[in-house]
Design a protein around this ligand. Structure first.
Ligand SMILES: Nc1ncnc2c1ncn2[C@@H]1O[C@H](COP(=O)(O)OP(=O)(O)OP(=O)(O)O)[C@@H](O)[C@H]1O
Ligand SMILES: [Mg+2]
Length: 269
């Protein structure tokens, strides 16, 4: 029997203001166990889509089914229960600066479980071992490099063994080596936890190495999708531009704005 997808977005539309739709009839499915990339230009609606999936916002049309239930049907209690099965690592996802690495990772365990301290200790060590930082447990965040801090954040966001992980630009500001380390860790953690992961990123080339499937978004719509090899070979001009990092192509560089001259103070005087 085929298992139902862990996330199923059907014809979802959404706008922060009624007059300006940000997501337009988005349909996608994230199969259990997979790592799926969501890519697209800045402002196309990727973070907004994650917010719909974590039920921070409800679709204005269509349905978002996450971990077995349509988000708009959940009461407060079930919503919290659903979020506890999810882990999130957001852009600049910061550590608590006044807590050690150990305490950062232990935090969600203290907050959401009543496990005995010895067990929490062993779980923290297990999570830190998985990201290669067991030896750094006693350090404070200020003593970590950017890549190490990101790995600790990763350990913290997986502390409760989430079934669904959401990553929003987890690589921002990392050098290529740390970046490669994180992207592989995301894959390994996903597979060892038996989780499902969604990665939002601009960093196409690196992400294509570990994801099972990719969705491309533009202006609030899904405009292309496929397995990494299909995406690499795509003729679709937008995907080609994006995958090859070309500045010129169908994606405009500028946010819609009035005529440049009209925006310059001196031009009219
Ligand atoms: N809280 C908010 N209130 C109002 N408008 C918002 C809000 N968050 C985002 N937007 C608008 O929604 C649109 C999509 O934003 P979103 O953050 O989803 O883009 P993104 O694809 O994640 O971009 P980036 O790659 O730069 O992070 C943008 O036009 C943005 O201005
Ligand atoms: Mg974003």
């Amino acid at each position: 029997m085929q298992q139902s997808p862990i996330v199923e977005i059907q014809n979802v539309s959404f706008g922060y203001e009624a007059a300006r739709p940000v997501l337009r009839e988005v349909t996608l499915a994230i199969p259990r166990g997979s790592v799926v990339g969501i890519m697209g230009q800045s402002g196309c609606g990727k973070t907004t889509l994650l917010r719909i999936i974590m039920a921070a916002y409800m679709p204005t049309a269509g349905t978002a089914r996450v971990l077995g239930a349509a988000t708009s049907t959940l009461d407060r209690e079930r919503l919290y229960a659903m979020r506890r099965r999810m882990g999130m690592l957001f852009q600049f996802g910061a550590l608590f600066t006044d807590m050690s690495v150990y305490d950062n990772v232990a935090f969600p365990l203290h907050e959401h479980t009543s496990l005995p301290e010895e067990l929490i200790h062993d779980l923290v060590m297990l999570k830190l071992q998985a990201v290669g930082l067991r030896g750094a447990a006693h350090l404070m965040p200020a003593e970590l490099s950017g890549g190490m801090a990101r790995r600790v954040a990763l350990a913290r966001s997986t502390a409760l063994d989430p079934q669904l992980m959401l990553y929003d630009e987890p690589f921002t500001g990392l050098d290529p080596i740390s970046f490669g380390v994180i992207v592989r860790l995301i894959r390994e953690l996903n597979d060892s936890l038996g989780a499902t992961s969604i990665i939002v990123t601009h960093d196409v080339q690196e992400a294509l190495g570990v994801v099972d499937y990719v969705y491309f978004m533009a202006a609030g719509r899904v405009i292309a999708q496929g397995v990494p090899d299909e995406v690499r070979g795509a003729d679709e001009p937008f995907v080609h531009q994006f995958v090859n990092g070309l500045r010129d192509g169908p994606v405009p560089f500028h946010y819609p704005a009035p005529e440049y001259g009209a925006d310059l103070e001196l031009a009219g005087s």
